[in-house]
Ligand binder design. Structure first.
Ligand SMILES: *[C@@H]1O[C@H](CO)[C@@H](O)[C@H](O)[C@H]1NC(C)=O
Ligand SMILES: *[C@@H]1O[C@H](CO)[C@@H](O)[C@H](O)[C@H]1NC(C)=O
Ligand SMILES: *[C@@H]1O[C@H](CO)[C@@H](O)[C@H](O)[C@H]1NC(C)=O
Ligand SMILES: *[C@@H]1O[C@H](CO)[C@@H](O)[C@H](O)[C@H]1NC(C)=O
Ligand SMILES: *[C@@H]1O[C@H](CO)[C@@H](O)[C@H](O)[C@H]1NC(C)=O
Ligand SMILES: CC(=O)N[C@H]1CO[C@H](CO)[C@@H](O)[C@@H]1O
Length: 508
């Protein structure tokens, strides 16, 4: 029975297929056929369905097995990740949808056909067979529905994937736009910065220009100032020239005056002498009976008080007044120079230094001629006594003192220096001539030491000493090159307070 039923069913279904082709649902020759077999009790139902190209993507591996068909190529949708191309996905989706629609249509058509076919058969077939057939049909329908649901679910999955992809793309787009925005913002920021920098730059430029103009102005001002100063200097130079001219005139006038003064002094001296001889004024030692050649003679005669003495030099009949120092270093010294308060002017001529000047009891110069005659009487020693403004005494002593005559410019020779006024002599010892402002014998080619350093002295271009310089009082005595100088005692520019120069026989 079963076998028969199976045959019947097969027949039915063969008729069904045949009918389908009659309804225009025949499958094309190149369309593959799919066998769908259902086992229901002892019967098996085989459905032959056309496999649609569009369905290829809809199946899962399990479904493929179920259909029992061989499939060529793996489905793109079956991949874990959806394809990157959104457009492609959309097309695919559309395709699937149309396939689904086709399937549904198919089903509906199938149902209609079955219903139509069944109705006339139902009368011939026993009711249980119809029931059973109906059940089977239902089961088939359920199965188909399940497939449809499965496909729909897969479609949903694909859709979700596509949506996810789309959203991802959207997110990316958003991100892109965000980064674009960021870039734009940065660009804007940089643009503003650049503009700020430009503004700064222009401000700086203007500043620099201002500074430049200022400096130009200052430079011009300085130039004007320089011109003004130059003109001032020019006028001052002119003034200095004028002053120099005046000074020259004045100095010539001065020398004239000095000459007059010297003449006057001489006449005064002669007057004093005349008065002294005519009035018969006598000195305290006028009563002396012995004839002394020098102070040493007087000392040896028992006179040991310093003061004024008359001595007879070189067999002369007329006595010479001298100051005798009877105390210093054993006494017996004939003084030929003394200074202690600046009361006597030592700016004198050759003639005056030859004859002597000053007050024998005060400041004076005995005279070169008298000194020459005196020291020509034998071998003499020289002693120089010095005192500075701080009260320090010092002395220089020379064993031998020799002076030549006037023709040889009263040349000085010294030997045997000792003393406290320096470790070496400040007075040249090798034959230095005497110079005054009007007789230049100073060994200096282009200078006049007597004019520069003042007084008369044994200048040696110009040497380390000049005890006949200008007398400077205390407080004015330093940094004076033309003062009373003894270099090796107080340096080159210190003017001393007091001096005396004296001679005594070497064998005293
Ligand atoms: C759906 O069916 C029509 C005819 O009924 C056919 O032309 C079309 O190609 C089918 N679509 C797919 C995706 O199979
Ligand atoms: C989208 O895909 C990513 C990675 O492929 C996954 O982590 C995420 O859960 C998915 N989102 C949805 C809504 O499916
Ligand atoms: C001295 O100066 C006066 C004017 O003070 C002048 O007349 C005279 O010529 C001058 N004498 C000499 C020598 O330069
Ligand atoms: C001084 O006179 C005496 C005798 O009157 C004589 O012997 C002596 O040589 C003279 N001395 C000089 C330096 O002239
Ligand atoms: C210098 O000394 C002399 C002699 O002691 C004296 O006559 C004279 O007045 C003094 N001169 C001065 C300026 O002190
Ligand atoms: C194959 C099958 O289920 N056949 C059943 C069809 O219906 C009759 C009666 O209703 C049953 O007896 C059969 O078993």
């Amino acid at each position: 029975l079963n076998f028969l039923f199976f045959l019947a069913l097969s027949l039915h279904f063969n008729c069904l297929v045949h009918s389908l082709s009659q309804f225009g649902l025949s499958l094309s020759s190149n369309t593959k056929r799919r066998f769908h077999r259902i086992q229901h009790g002892q019967c098996s139902y085989t459905f032959i369905l056309p496999e649609l190209d569009g369905c290829q993507g809809g199946g899962s591996p399990s479904q493929t097995d179920q259909y029992g068909g061989s499939r060529g190529g793996a489905s793109v949708v079956q991949r874990d990740s959806p394809p990157a191309d959104g457009e492609w996905s959309a097309q695919r989706l559309q395709h699937l949808q149309s396939t689904m629609e086709n399937n549904t249509q198919w089903l509906q058509k199938l149902e209609n056909v079955i219903q139509k076919k069944m109705k006339p058969d139902i009368a011939n077939i026993p009711p249980h067979v119809v029931h059973n057939q109906t059940a089977t049909m239902l089961e088939i329908g359920t199965n188909l529905l399940t497939h449809t649901a499965e496909q729909t679910r897969k479609l949903n999955v694909v859709e979700a994937k596509v949506l996810n992809q789309t959203s991802r793309i959207e997110i990316q787009l958003l991100e892109n736009s965000l980064s674009t925005n960021k870039l734009e913002k940065e660009l804007l920021l940089q643009t503003t910065e650049i503009s700020q920098l430009r503004a700064k730059n222009s401000r700086l430029e203007s500043k620099v220009q201002k500074l430049e103009s200022q400096q130009r102005g200052e430079l011009e001002g300085m130039k004007e100032e320089k011109n003004r100063l130059q003109s001032v200097v020019r006028t001052q130079m002119a003034a200095i020239d004028a002053l120099e001219r005046q000074l020259r005139v004045a100095s010539s006038n001065n020398t004239a005056l000095q000459r007059q003064q010297a003449q006057l002094m001489e006449s005064v001296h002669t007057l004093i002498n005349m008065v002294a001889t005519t009035t018969g004024t006598h000195h305290i030692f006028a009563a002396q009976t012995q004839v002394w050649r020098d102070c040493a003679d007087a000392y040896k005669s028992g006179y040991s008080v310093s003061g004024l003495y008359h001595i007879y030099i070189g067999n002369r009949s007329e006595p010479v007044q001298v100051y005798c120092d009877m105390e210093t270093a054993g006494g017996g010294w004939t003084v030929f120079q003394r200074r202690f308060n600046g009361s006597v002017d030592f700016q004198r001529s050759w003639r005056e230094y030859r004859m002597g000047f000053g007050d024998v009891l005060g400041e004076h110069w005995l005279g070169n001629e008298a000194l020459f005659l005196l020291t020509g009487q034998g071998q003499y020693s020289l002693r120089v006594e010095l005192k500075d403004w701080e009260g320090n005494p010092a002395h220089a002593q020379y064993d031998r003192f020799t002076l030549t005559n006037e023709r040889q410019q009263y040349r000085l020779y010294l030997r045997g220096y000792s003393g406290t006024a320096g470790t070496q002599s400040s007075l040249a010892s090798h034959g230095t001539s005497f110079s005054t402002r009007d007789q230049d014998n100073d060994n200096c080619d282009h200078c006049k030491c007597a004019l520069m350093l003042t007084g008369g002295w044994w200048f040696d271009a110009c040497g380390f000493s000049n005890l006949n310089g200008i007398y400077y009082t205390v407080g004015h005595n330093i940094r004076k090159l033309n003062g009373i100088k003894w270099h090796h005692f107080r340096g080159p520019s210190y003017s001393l307070r007091s001096t005396s120069m004296m001679v005594r026989p070497y064998d005293f």
